[in-house]
Structures are given as C-alpha cells and as structure tokens.
Design a protein around this ligand. Sequence first.
Ligand code: UDP
Length: 334
Amino acid sequence: MATLVTGGAGYIGSVMVEQLVEAGQDVVVLDDASRGHAGALDESVPYYDGRVGDRALVASICREHEVDACVHFAALAYVGESVTEPKLYFQNNVAEGLGLLDGLMSAGVKRFVFSSTCATYGEPVRVPIDESHPQAPVNPYGWSKLFMEKILSSYDHAYGLRFVALRYFNAAGATKKKGEHHDPETHLIPNVLAAAAGRRPYVSVFGDDYPTPDGTCVRDYIHVTDLCTAHTLALEHLRGGGQSEFINLGNGHGYSVMEVIETARRVTGREIEVRMEPARPGDPARLVADATKAREVLGWKTQYPELEAIVRTAWEWHEAHPEGYGTQGQATAG
Ligand code: UDP
C-alpha cells in the first residue's frame, strides 16, 4: 500500500512527502520537473520524471508500487499567468488531470486527494467562506480547479472514485528542510522576507483602498504543515471507507497585507521598506475560510494558528537557505 504524490518536487508536495515518510508510509513521486526543485525531492523516495497525464506511466507506477491512493498537487498555480496563457492552465490542470484519473482507475486506484483552491469561489459574497458558498471563479486558474472538482463528482457517481477536494486558502510557512521557492515569486510572505533579508529593495503593496480596516487585502494564511496534515487525514478518511467531500483549509483568521509586513518586521527584527502600488486585477478584498468542516469531518487540528509562528518558520527556512533550492534547482529524473 503506497501513496502516489504528484508534484512531490513542489512546495506543498515536498512537505507532504516529508510528512508521509516520517509517518513510515510508502510514497512514490511523479513530477514532470517543470516547476519543482530537485533539492526538494526526498532521495529515499522513488521518483518518476513524467507527465501526470501519461496514463500508461501512471498505471505502471501504481502496479509496481502497489499504490492505493493518490494525492495530486502537480498543477500550474499563477493566477496572472492563467489569464494571459489560459491554454497552459486548461491543458496542465484539466487535460493532464483527466489522464491521471484514467491511469489511476485503469490500475484500480479509486482514492484521490485533490489540491483545490478558494479561487473556485471567485469574488466572495459572504465572509467567512464555507463550502456551500457559490463557486464563480474570476480567472482561468480557478476555473481549471473547479472543472476538476466537477469531473471528480461525476467520476464518483459513475465509477465509484472516492475523493477529498481540499480548497486551500493561503499556504505559507516552512518545515526545517522544505520551504517556498517559486520563480518568479509572486506570494506575499516570501516577498516580504526577501525584502527583510535585503534580497529585494522593498516590498510592493498592491492596493491600499480596499474596504478593509487598513485598506490592504485580507487573507487567511495556513501553515504548509497543517495543510499537509489535512491531506494525511483525508487519506485516512478515504482508506476508512469515507465518502467524497469538498473541504476548506484555512485558519479562519484574516490578516491584512500591512499586518503581515508588521509581523515580519517583528519576527525578523529588520527594516522592511514598503511601496504602495496599484491593486492587482482580480484580487478580492477579503478571503477568510470557515474551516469547521475540516475539523468535523477530518478531525483536523492546526498546529500553527498564529501568523507570527507561520512567518517565523518561513524566515528560519529562508535564513538557512538564502538561495532557496538554488539556481540549478529544476528537478531531474532520479
Ligand atoms: N501582495 C502584495 N505584494 C506582493 C505579493 C502579494 O501586496 O508582493 C498581496 C496581494 O495583492 C494579495 C495578498 O498580498 O492581496 C496575498 O497575495 P498572494 O499572492 O500571497 O496570495 P493570493 O491571495 O493572491 O493567492
């Protein structure tokens, strides 16, 4: 019995692999080496360099490693890029996802944990957002994830595929060994810490006239370890015969961009220069999760409910890995 983790060389996928290995579970990684980092791979874990949509490869990995469940992280996740290059997003996130599901089911694997997103809700009509909130994505990235959710529901009904689709709010933080390294980096916390470390001259704040207490956007930051714990619980839920579910993952607390910057000043003890810039198109003012269902259905408890602890773990990782995973970082087949 092993878990197939797609995107195991990426930010969240690499933490998932670390957590499953620490729990003594068998894991196998499939990653196409396009956006992950070789340094994020765990050398003790079998790794296949290939497309998740390669049905024959997926089926042969499942048979060889006795895979009984898949956690699917491998996807493109830049909102802005999805607007300018939608075909990349529908091809990678939907068409490749369909191939993955075919490959899994042809090998008899019918347990699936899916990385979904609060971007499937679009502009919120009420906050906090629970799972029954209307889904109306405002960009192709959000649509690509919502299409996958609909495909999963249909496959559950028709083929008995059981899945847990986890709708992430803002993943952040690091473990000792694994952290966040994107190129280009668009996320707030790594950018703020890069400014604290002097690797960026300043941090841009996108918009200061939102209808929030300080005018900057409010987000719900969730530690990557807590996020992965929910996936481990989702696997247990499915292996225990649980039904398919859609579940939000967030802390239920919102922090503004300025509060994140203030927290980073405190944690790092460094100056952080701020420049106000125009709002990014499509950024909602407030995204905060109602994560009651994750606690009730999965028994999920978070270890890092406070922003300060989340930022501290990210800072410790950046201090220990000033170049992230380095510049030769693209994953290659092992
Ligand atoms: N943000 C910012 N400066 C940055 C990066 C992000 O002001 O360098 C803002 C962004 O506009 C949003 C919030 O920080 O309101 C969180 O952005 P991020 O890209 O981290 O996550 P998102 O909520 O877009 O998924």
